[in-house]
Design a protein around this ligand. Structure first.
Ligand code: PLP
Length: 403
């Protein structure tokens, strides 16, 4: 981005906005997909809507032949509104609206059950629609040696798990289409344990389901300045593919039907596809410490409150810059700990714009309506200016309150 481009955008959209890079998103999808399909062709990506459900991104996934991974009826509605074929929709998540589960199953979508209450729910639906084939997956929970006791899915050693498996014998219209797992650990090692865990499980059960879904939790692309802030290596898409796909290719080399290998990335596809631009409204010094105040907040870029410094670029906007050491960028909220970036060394002036990179995942979808409504999202990556989301207004936030 040039200074002039940023200036033109501020004139049109105000002093804070997100920039979506849908071109990069497309590239990430295609690259990740080809790394896996080069080794195991029966592969697809189910994009994790929750990570960034901007409809334009969901549409791109659909156009490129990917699936929709949704975790609520709200997200299901997005998929249906943008025209995703129901059989390309997978519903995960620990809570599911029963009425909507019924609707998706009847339309041919897949519902991955997460815990015992859903066994009863799908049994009821199976009884109600004896003539319909209902696609059900089971979310599996096992130890992948990452030190985290996940709360998602059925413990594969539990009675509940075997009750879930046995329901398919009881209701012949329930079809066990897939087995799924998801772990939040992004380390490469964890992917090896996921693969062996799932393959051992299906061998033990003596089944080859249509889908084997290994969930999300892959690192995306990032500059070295961000990589060094993690306590593990950041694998490339190729490294993830090489950890997973050859094991599938080998395991199913002699089987007549090979399962579709699915993964559910969110951050890996969208993390580096959004920047956030915010104006420096003030620079002060408090007992020797330089603090800039921005028209932006940690809630705009890291609502999960992670303490990592995103890569930044400063766009001088005319006032005389001064050199600062150890300057912190503070947010517009009244939360003491609202800092977007710590320990900046470099030039800065009031009125400059600061661009924060790698803020595409769990940002706009998690931003609370705290202190200010959220800023617009613009996309200029595909050669034209597109408004992706208008800036929120007072009425957008207060429409549901009773005055
Ligand atoms: C079931 C499921 N799939 C996929 C994801 C996406 O994870 P990530 O953005 O880490 O790839 C999540 C995130 O919580 C999830 O719960």
């Amino acid at each position: 981005m040039t200074n002039t481009e940023i200036k033109q955008l501020t004139e049109k959209f105000g002093d804070a906005f997100y920039l979506l890079d849908s071109k990069q998103f497309r590239q990430n999808f295609l690259e990740l997909k080809s790394e896996f399909t080069n080794i195991y062709p029966k592969f697809n990506i189910a994009y994790s809507y929750k990570t960034n459900y901007t409809p334009k991104l969901c549409k791109i996934v659909n156009e490129l032949g990917g699936f929709a991974e949704v975790v609520s009826d709200m997200e299901l509605e997005i998929a249906l509104r943008i025209g995703v074929e129901p059989n390309n929709i997978i519903w995960n998540g620990p809570f599911k609206n029963a009425k909507k589960v019924e609707q998706l199953l009847i339309m041919g979508g897949t519902v991955n059950i997460d815990s015992a209450y859903e066994i009863d729910l799908i049994a009821e639906i199976a009884k109600k629609y004896p003539q319909s084939k209902l696609n059900i997956g089971i979310r599996c929970n096992f130890d992948i040696n990452d030190g985290i006791l996940s709360r998602f899915g059925f413990d594969i050693e539990s009675d509940d798990f075997y009750r879930a498996i046995s329901i398919f014998n009881e209701y012949k219209n329930l079809y066990l289409i897939g087995m799924q797992c998801h772990f939040s650990t992004r380390k490469l090692e964890s992917w090896k344990f996921r693969v062996t865990g799932m393959l051992n499980l299906i061998d033990k059960l003596g089944i080859v389901p249509e889908h084997i879904d290994l969930g999300g939790g892959l690192f995306g692309k990032m500059p070295d300045s961000l990589k060094v802030q993690f306590d593990s290596e950041i694998p490339t898409f190729k490294q993830y593919a090489e950890a997973v796909a050859p094991v599938f290719a080998e395991h199913f080399k002699n089987t007549e039907t090979k399962p579709l290998l699915l993964i559910e990335p969110g951050s890996a596809l969208v993390g580096d596809c959004m920047n956030f631009a915010a104006k420096v409204v003030n620079i002060k010094t408090v007992r020797g410490k330089a603090i800039a105040t921005l028209l932006g907040s940690i809630y705009n870029i890291h609502p999960t409150l992670n303490k990592k410094n995103s890569p930044i670029e400063i766009y001088p906007m005319g006032e005389n810059q001064k050199k600062y050491n150890d300057l912190d960028f503070g947010g517009f909220t009244c939360i003491e700990s609202d800092f977007l970036y710590r320990h900046y060394n470099g030039k800065l002036a009031k009125g400059d714009m600061v661009l924060f990179g790698n803020v595409g995942s769990y940002s706009v979808v998690l931003k609370p309506p705290f202190i200010l409504p959220n800023f617009p999202i613009i996309d200029i990556s595909e050669g034209k200016l597109e408004i992706i989301k208008k800036g929120e207004t007072f009425d957008d936030i207060f429409r549901t309150f009773v005055f």
